[in-house]
Design a protein around this ligand. Structure first.
Ligand SMILES: Nc1nc2c(c(=O)[nH]1)N[C@H]1C(S)=C(S)[C@@H](COP(=O)(O)O)O[C@H]1N2
Ligand SMILES: [Mo]
Length: 525
């Protein structure tokens, strides 16, 4: 192995130590103070919108994993370079490591929960990395020609003299094995530290507090689901919590202990209100099925899900607070500083906008906003569904742009009518004869009046709508297709409760939601 490669790998191993040790320190200083997470968080908040949209499109709900892996790869390349440079100049390498620490510290200090020790993980990690790099380089150079350490000189003085001799070969072989072993041990230790630290952090999560939550009974419960809401082969009418799509900017979901949670309702109101968790739970609770949708959902995509939410009506709270004239925007702020803004009118027009504490009979999952989030039928998530909410501020659209608005998304974004074919799958094959085509259609708060399917350029055929519980959820549908052999394309379009049919003109998700008809290809044999 070439000396420079050994040096590069030493750099990578040292970086692994930095990251791993930082995770352990972060157990004490807060999960967002670990450099990889802190830097990733800064990237999330600052990358150009187009890059992030690309990330969501390509990686969907795995965009966070992709970001962390990407950051780790960049760091590995950087560390490789530092390792190589260290052979020539230890001073330059040290500055490189210092720069790594500085970036980590800067990122950690800007995160929302930054405590006074948020800088510690990066600094401790970098210091240990420098030490480990030095040790590894000394080992790496044992078989080389540059100037590291007495050990090398002793081992090699002899070997070099017996040029091309067996002794030298042995020394090289032993050195190489010794070096690889040292490298392996270092990376192994770093991994144990990293995953151990992360595991300890997750144990500190509010999981225990969440397990202790006893949800209040609802003042109005929903009737049991009617028979026939579900079409066989179509996505479940109610999305289980563990499969429910997740979209947010949080690399680690905020950990909020309900005991310390508070909601402040303020801004342009007559009576500012502060609610504790206990007070919130004492308010009247209702149960409602509401289908959430993400504005990033592509035509045919799966960033949409339906759940039974338990929560208190937002309208009643707002009425108590008393919005002042002109307060046309309700800004919702999460504990991590993320914001969204909904029209005040939408929250007070009688629809079931909820401050939700329960999802499908469970306390909100941590990923979905524990302990409290907003759910508003008919508005995309980024303008209404604030998770980990701690503030409601009455404001004006002309005075405040929420998180996604300066990033190129519309201030207001009602959910567009949509429909999707779930069965058959795109590219699927079936035997000729009757093929049941099925899927979902949604126009939250307007309801679905009609779904139609078109085969190739044939006439539009009306599908059978499944039962539903309200206009606020999606609706399943099916259509029996007399399928003939050949390659066919199937298209779907829905008409909402107001009689408006989905436009055929495609639109990308930005700035206010994708449009166009979902189309699939099916081969009939
Ligand atoms: N605090 C916070 N709330 C948030 C977001 C976020 O990034 N941070 N993302 C919103 C978006 S874009 C959507 S689509 C919904 C998704 O909710 P879910 O993850 O529970 O499906 O949450 C909304 N609430
Ligand atoms: Mo979203």
């Amino acid at each position: 192995m070439k000396q420079s490669v050994r040096a590069g790998l030493s750099g990578v191993a040292a970086a692994a130590v930095a990251v791993g040790v930082a995770e352990v320190v972060a157990v004490l200083t807060g999960p967002l103070s670990a450099p990889l997470i802190a830097v990733g968080g800064v990237v999330v908040d600052n990358v150009p919108a187009a890059v992030k949209d690309f990330g969501v499109q390509v990686f969907g709900v795995h965009d966070k994993t992709a970001l962390i892996v990407g950051t780790a790869i960049l760091l590995a390349l950087y560390a490789y370079g530092i390792g190589v440079v260290a052979r020539r100049s230890w001073a330059v390498a040290l500055s490189g490591i210092g720069l790594f620490a500085a970036v980590g510290v800067a990122a950690a200090l800007t995160r929302h929960d930054a405590g006074i020790f948020a800088w510690l993980p990066s600094v401790v990690g970098a210091a240990l990395a420098a030490w480990v790099l030095r040790l590894l380089l000394e080992r790496a150079e044992v078989a080389g020609d540059t100037t590291y350490g007495k050990a090398r000189d002793e081992a090699h003085g002899k070997a070099r003299d017996e040029a091309h001799g067996k002794a030298r070969d042995d020394a090289y072989g032993k050195d190489r094995r010794g070096f690889l072993k040292a490298l392996g041990i270092t990376v192994g230790a770093a991994a144990v530290a990293g995953f151990g630290g992360r595991w300890l952090t997750s144990r500190q999560a509010v999981t225990a507090a969440r397990n202790d939550v006893v949800l209040p009974a609802a003042r109005q419960t929903v009737a049991p689901l009617p028979a026939g809401v579900q079409v066989p082969g179509v996505t479940p009418y109610v999305s289980p919590n563990k499969n429910f799509y997740r979209i947010d900017t949080a690399l680690i979901p905020p950990q909020i202990d309900p005991a310390t949670w508070q909601l402040r309702i303020h801004g342009m109101v007559r009576n500012p209100i502060t609610l504790t968790w206990e007070q919130l739970l004492q308010r009247p609770m209702v149960e409602r099925y509401v289908t959430l949708a993400c504005v990033s959902n592509e035509v045919g995509g799966d960033l949409i899900g339906n759940a039974l939410w338990l929560g208190t009506p937002v309208r009643e709270l707002l009425e108590e607070a008393g919005p002042l004239p002109g307060a046309d925007q309700v800004v919702q702020r999460a504990v991590d500083g993320w914001t969204c803004g909904s029209p005040t009118s939408a929250l007070m027009d009688g629809r079931d906008a909820l401050l939700a504490v329960g999802m499908n009979g469970q306390p909100l999952p941590i990923d979905h906003g524990f302990p409290v989030r907003m759910v508003v039928p008919g508005l995309y998530g980024y303008v209404s569904a604030c998770k980990w909410i701690t503030e409601i501020e009455l404001s004006r659209f002309s005075d405040f742009d929420a998180y996604w608005v300066p990033r190129g998304w519309s201030q207001q974004a009602p959910i567009k009518t949509g429909s999707r074919i779930d069965t058959p799958r795109d590219g699927g094959r079936r035997d000729a004869g009757t093929v049941v085509v099925g899927g979902v259609a949604w126009a939250q708060h307007r309801g679905i009046k009609k779904v139609e399917v078109q085969v190739d350029d044939g006439p539009w055929a009306e599908a059978t709508l499944a039962a539903t519980v309200s206009s606020d959820t999606w609706r399943e549908w099916s259509w029996s297709w007399p399928a003939t052999p050949g390659e066919h394309s199937l298209r779907v379009r829905a008409t909402d409760g107001q009689g408006v049919t989905q436009t055929s003109t495609p639109a990308p998700p930005a700035p206010d939601g994708a449009a166009g008809w979902h189309q699939i290809s099916v081969g009939i044999e």
